[in-house]
Design a binder for this molecule. Structure first.
Ligand code: PLP
Length: 438
């Protein structure tokens, strides 16, 4: 909506004023905690529009955007392919509560990139995808225990709010009030990349474990790749114990690799959860995997899961536009190459400023930890210097570069981030690292 459409004069409409009113209307002024600038201080910017690599706030300032709606906009903001697809569907009716062919089209797109997803069920968020996949895993195995890793974020379902990443890590919350002890009683949390801990757990409780769920490349405590062979070992352990391996690719799907973290790591999970990129920027989630497991989902089988808006034509068309574009030879690889160039440039810039940083980069994701030693788990991520990140964040923001407002969130790169955009980002980083040193 433009200033004219809201009827508010642009001179009185700015982020400070809107946020002050938002604090009265919305808890914390936002609809999702990660947006609130709690970790970095200051006022969140109210965004008016986005195009390509750029967003513009209501104050009229333009930024290079590395949040990209926390991942979905891999082609940039408002790419013609997606806008045209949404327009065409919107004109024909946006939802029917009946099957549409778009569901098959997007399911085929997903299966072509991730062959482990023999069957797919669309839902409306990553949270919902994870909740549903866990219910299914328990039904399939007849067991209750679920194993997750510290710092991995799997949405806000009760059972997953144990030592979680993303906003939970940013706000330093151990767990959330309101989660009954019984809901988390069957969730066991293990340090990421600690194979000994998982092996010990399987030795003692292997026959009770329904599933191990993980981000193959963690993106919710900053980017923390799995150690070589770690996920393959999890695959072997789960298989031996009759437990399922669930790869949560809500963030990593079409980002860590075109075929997700599972393609990157060469692992075939039993179930996969997706979200973000596959919805072309509209609300979405999906879970899928082995046909014998997915055949238990209602109405094919007894495991109930449903959704009024699930598989809606608008989302299906937007998602298809993105996945079809990413299938064109070279397009995804170029975005990953741009991300690698940015990561290398950031390392060089920090070195010139005499600052020790880690810049892990996987595919089209990266993050910057102010740490002299590699970050391998939640403990090492939270030891990184968050004060330096704060200064760096604000210096970049003042210079027109919009980063995720927390050291525990991934940066995302899009196809619209061209050489000039990267150059502009690195020039700003040279100045910002100097500020972070002070
Ligand atoms: N799983 C992972 C790995 C995520 O990164 C997220 C969100 O960031 C979720 C699940 C939850 O997805 P949503 O926010 O769509 O509920």
């Amino acid at each position: 909506m433009t200033a004219t459409e809201t009827g508010v004069k642009s001179s009185t409409r700015n982020s400070e004023r809107l946020f002050a009113e938002a604090l009265e209307l919305l808890p914390g002024g936002v609809d999702s905690p990660a947006r609130a600038f709690k970790a970095v201080g200051g006022t969140p910017r109210f965004i008016e529009s986005g195009r390509g690599a750029f967003i513009t706030d209501v104050d009229g300032r333009q930024y290079v955007d590395y949040v990209l709606s926390f991942g979905p906009h891999i082609l940039g903001h408002a790419p013609d392919e997606v806008v045209d697809a949404i327009r065409a569907v919107a004109a024909r009716g946006v939802s029917f509560g009946a099957p549409v062919e778009g569901e098959l089209v997007l399911a085929r797109d997903i299966r072509a990139a991730m062959p482990s997803m023999e069957m797919v069920r669309f839902v409306n968020s990553g949270t919902e995808a994870v909740m549903s996949a866990l219910r299914l895993a328990r039904a399939f195995t007849g067991r209750d225990v679920v194993v997750k890793f510290e710092g991995h974020y799997h949405g806000h379902a009760d059972q997953m709010l144990a030592r979680a990443g993303s906003g939970v890590a940013t706000l330093g919350l151990p767990d959330s009030p309101g989660v009954p002890a019984s809901a988390a009683a069957h969730t066991i949390t293990v340090p990421f990349n600690d194979l000994d801990a998982v092996t010990r757990l399987f030795r003692t409780r292997g026959d009770q474990i329904a599933a191990v769920i993980l981000e193959g490349v963690s993106g919710n405590m900053g980017v923390v790749p799995s150690m070589p062979g770690f996920v393959r070992e999890l695959r072997a352990l789960t298989e031996r114990a009759g437990a399922l391996l669930i790869m949560d690719e809500v963030m990593t799907g079409f980002r860590a690799h075109h075929g997700g973290a599972q393609a990157l790591l060469g692992v075939t999970p039993d179930l996969t959860t997706l979200g973000k990129v596959i919805g072309g920027g509209l609300p979405v989630g999906a879970y899928g995997g082995r046909r014998d497991i997915m055949s238990l989902v209602a109405p094919a089988g007894p495991v109930y899961q449903a959704g009024t808006m699930s598989g809606n034509p608008l989302t299906m068309a937007a998602g298809h536009a993105v996945l079809a574009a990413l299938r064109e030879p070279g397009r995804w690889d170029r975005i990953a190459a741009t991300t690698a160039t940015l990561a290398e440039g950031l390392r060089e810039s920090a070195t010139r400023a005499g600052i020790a940083v880690q810049v892990p980069q996987v595919g089209t994701m990266l993050s910057v930890f102010f740490s002299p030693t590699p970050v391998v788990d939640l403990a090492s991520a939270t030891r990184s210097a968050t004060e330096s990140f704060k200064k760096f964040f604000h210096a970049m923001l003042d210079d027109g570069i919009y980063l995720p407002p927390s050291p525990f969130e991934s940066w995302f790169v899009s196809e619209a981030h061209d050489a000039a955009v990267i150059e502009r980002t690195l020039r700003a980083a040279d100045r910002a690292f100097a500020t972070a040193r002070m």
